[in-house]
Structure formats: C-alpha cells, structure tokens
Design a protein around this ligand. Structure first.
Ligand code: EPU
Length: 421
C-alpha cells in the first residue's frame, strides 16, 4: 500500500475523556455483502468511514449495485446487480471481498473471484469457504488465480468446519439464506459479528438461528426484503482505545459499547492493574501510573482472546512491570509490529508464534512503519506512551479499520497529527 501519509505523535499525554463507538468494521463488511440479497434498498446506520468499507462499496458498485455513503450511513440498492465477476484490483485490496462469494451465488447462482487480498498477516487460505460452498452443491473450478463457482445445482446441506472460520461461516449463512430447505453449519465461528449477520438477515425476513453457538441453522426463504439496520459497535476500536488509555495512565469512558464483547480485553487490562467498570452500554477504564505484566495471553477464536487485539496488548505490555508471554494462535504471521516496537526500545523476543516481552520503564520515539492494520494501531499506542516524537508511516493501513484515529485520539488529549510523507 502507498506510503503517502503518516501520523506524528508526541508521547506523554494522558488519554482522558469519553468517546462513542461506531459500527464494527467486521460486522459491517459482511452486512454490506449481504445487502446484495434483498430486492430493495438497505440502510446501514452507524457505518464507519473507513477504507475497507469504501473498498467494499466500490466492489458492490462495479457489480451493478447503487451504494450511497451518507452521514454515518450507507444505502445499498441491489436492483441493478448483474455482475457475478468480482473486479480484480479491488478484490486484491480487501480480504472481505471473499464474503461476496456466498451472496452472489445465493442470488445469481454463479460467481467468479480472484484470490482475495488484505493485510499481510499470514497465508489466509480460502479452503474452508470453498468447502462450505461445495457442501451446498456449488462446483468450484480454480483456474490460474481465478475461482469460478457454478451454483446451478445448489441445495441446502450440512456443513462441517474443522476450524471455526469467521468468513467461511458468514459465507455459508449468506449463500443459504435464499436456498429453500434447511442448512446447518457445525463448528461455526461464534464471534459477535456472526450474531450480527444473523440479526441483519432476520431483519430482512430471513430465518437464521443459533449464531453465537457452534451450530447455526439457516432455513432458506424465497425472498428477502429491504431493511434498515444498525450494526454492533466496534469491540476492536473500543479495545484499542482502552489500551491507549492504559499505557498513558489515563482514564476513558466508551459509550455505545457492549461490555460483554470487551470482556476478554477488559479482564487482561484488569490483570495489568487497571480498574474497569461497566454499565449497560458503557465501559470505563482508569489506569495506574505503571501497568504490570499479564502472565500469558493466547489468542483464540471467540470467546477466547481476539487476535485483532493482540498487537495493541503487546504494545501495552512493553512498558509494564515484569515479563509477559503472548501466543498468537489464529494467524501464522501476526507479530510484524515487534521489530518496530523494539526500535522504540522494547524488549521483546519472538520464537515462532510466541513473543516474550519484558517491560522497560519507557519507550522512546522513533520512525516506524505500520505493516498491517492492528500492528499499525499498536505502534500508535506505543507512541502515545513513549518519550519524544514518533512517526508512524503508512497511515493508510490504519485507515482501513479506524475512522480518523488521529482525531479521536486528539479529542482525548493526545498530541497526534496526520502528516504527508
Ligand atoms: N483459514 C483457513 N482457511 C479458510 C479460512 C481461514 O485456513 O478458508 C484460517 C486463516 O488463515 C486464519 C484462521 O483460519 O489463520 C482464521 O481465519 P478466519 O476465517 O476466522 O478469519 P477471517 O474471516 O479471514 C475475520 C476478520 C479478521 C479477524 C478474523 C479472526 C473480517 C473482515 N475479518 O477474518 O479481522 O482477525 O476474522 O477473528 O471479519 C482485522 O479486523 O484486523 C482482521 C484481520
């Protein structure tokens, strides 16, 4: 991705104040894909203004849909949907283009995609997506990086995943929503975003149940109708801001939050010495002058600790008292932020998917570079707590999932600005 903008951060200011969370990226992306399914116009409220959402809207437009971004909302009309071939350039930009396979097949009974792109956090194969679709009668032909799917003989079925992939679960839910009969997904992913997709499909007249458990039942309906829907708030943006407050000895209140979704992160931050208080839709955190190390953090599928918060917690652990261990179990290459954290003075040793971090008193400013979305957010967090000035290159990668992160943090007291590079 181009390196045209970065963030300049002057560390040492406390993150303090109140912030309202917007719709979750990882809920909105599959919901936008599912907006292909109904006949009329869909309205997604609280839609975050982030690059991945714009990229997804771009793909939908190229397929013939009308997508209109308004103030905090996105309107999608699939009336003009004719294309079943995913545009190559945009699909390579975002991994979630693969989510379109299910709904396009569900609606048009054929689809062509190129291997999707996304953050460089591992191999990220799509075998489970294809396995799920094959179980619904889709015939898949892979031909020089292009995947051609023929859904002429699609039927409902039993899908078993030997790993609970988020995207593969969502793809099958969308492919089966308009398939007469009952489809069952076994060992389904249980992330809150899966429940939200069920909520959206049902708001359109779908009959889906069980999301949030390991077995999801989809009873296909003949038609889905248009709906307006507000997705769940972004637990990862919420967790990132909690970490920012934690490393700066600050205090933050997240509004429009779902405390249950933030539980794994809140529990770890408590282990590090923070106070956390929750109300129905609010999470408040106050941090000690210095954090202490957690003993071990292992990423797992939900309800385990989310991989999307691993990098930010590692950044927080860099200046905590004591030694902590992080094991990244979900992706094979998601520790690329370590080298830059070390350049800022961190003491981290990596072996395979394990990082051992021994807290130092302070990090110092440096010129560092975001290599993926969450790793980039971690560098910003580290910079907020560091002495002196840090430049984080590749703001575009962070913009994929955070809407103007610099404005949010500046409102909370940070000295941060976006700069051309
Ligand atoms: N996997 C396979 N085969 C497949 C699919 C996945 O081997 O066919 C592997 C992946 O390579 C990975 C693991 O299974 O090692 C988990 O992948 P999963 O399919 O569950 O993840 P995803 O659907 O590609 C979503 C989020 C990610 C988040 C993961 C895990 C969206 C748009 N993306 O990805 O979000 O890390 O679930 O929770 O929902 C992010 O927001 O920064 C991000 C990367």
């Amino acid at each position: 991705m181009e390196n045209v903008e970065g963030f300049r951060v002057l560390g040492g200011e406390k993150i303090e104040g109140q912030v309202r969370l917007q719709g979750a990226k990882n809920a909105v992306l599959p919901i936008l894909a599912a907006a292909l399914l109904p006949e009329g116009e869909t309205v997604i409220r609280d839609c975050p203004d982030i690059r991945d959402v714009h990229a997804m809207a771009g793909i939908l437009r190229q397929l013939g849909c009308r997508c209109q971004a308004g103030r905090n909302e996105m309107r999608v009309s699939s009336a003009g949907l004719t294309g079943w071939e995913m545009p190559d350039g945009l699909s390579k930009q975002i991994r979630s283009s693969i989510f379109l396979l299910g709904p396009i097949l569900g609606k048009l009974r054929r689809a062509t995609v190129t291997y999707p792109g996304g953050c460089e956090i591992g191999l990220r194969p799509i075998d489970l997506h294809l396995k799920g679709l094959r179980a619904l009668g889709v015939s898949v032909r892979e031909d020089g990086g292009v995947i051609r799917c023929d859904g002429g003989n699609m039927h409902p079925g039993d899908v078993y995943f030997d790993y609970p992939s988020v995207g593969a679960t969502e793809n099958v839910m969308m492919a089966a929503a308009l398939l007469p009969g009952v489809t069952t997904v076994h060992n389904a992913a249980r992330e809150p975003e899966i429940e939200d997709l069920q909520g959206f499909l049902n708001a359109m007249g779908g009959r889906v149940s069980g999301a949030g458990t390991q077995v999801i039942r989809i009873e296909g309906v003949e038609k889905l109708r248009s709906a307006a829907y507000t997705p769940i708030p972004d637990r990862i943006v919420g967790g990132t801001l909690l970490c920012a407050a934690a490393v700066t000895g600050g205090e933050i209140s997240l509004d429009n939050a779902r405390p249950a979704d933030l539980l794994p992160v809140a529990e770890k931050l408590k282990e590090m010495g923070c106070g956390v208080e929750t109300e129905k839709t609010r999470v408040r955190l106050w941090a000690p002058a210095r954090l202490r190390a957690f003993s071990c953090l292992q990423t797992q599928p939900h309800p385990g600790f989310p991989t999307d918060m691993q990098a930010q917690m590692l950044a927080a652990a860099c200046t905590a008292e004591g030694t902590g261990v992080i094991v990244e179990n979900v992706f094979e290459n998601r520790l690329s932020h370590v080298a830059d954290l070390c350049r800022m003075g961190a003491d981290i040793r990596v072996s395979g998917r394990t990082a051992v971090v021994t807290g130092v008193k302070k990090l110092h400013g440096a010129r560092v570079s975001a290599r993926d979305l969450r790793g980039g957010a971690a560098l910003v967090i580290a910079a907020l707590g560091a002495e002196g000035e840090t430049t984080v290159e590749n703001a575009a990668l962070i913009d994929r999932g955070y809407a103007r992160l610099e404005s949010t943090l500046a409102c909370l007291g940070a000295k941060i600005e976006r700069i051309p590079l």
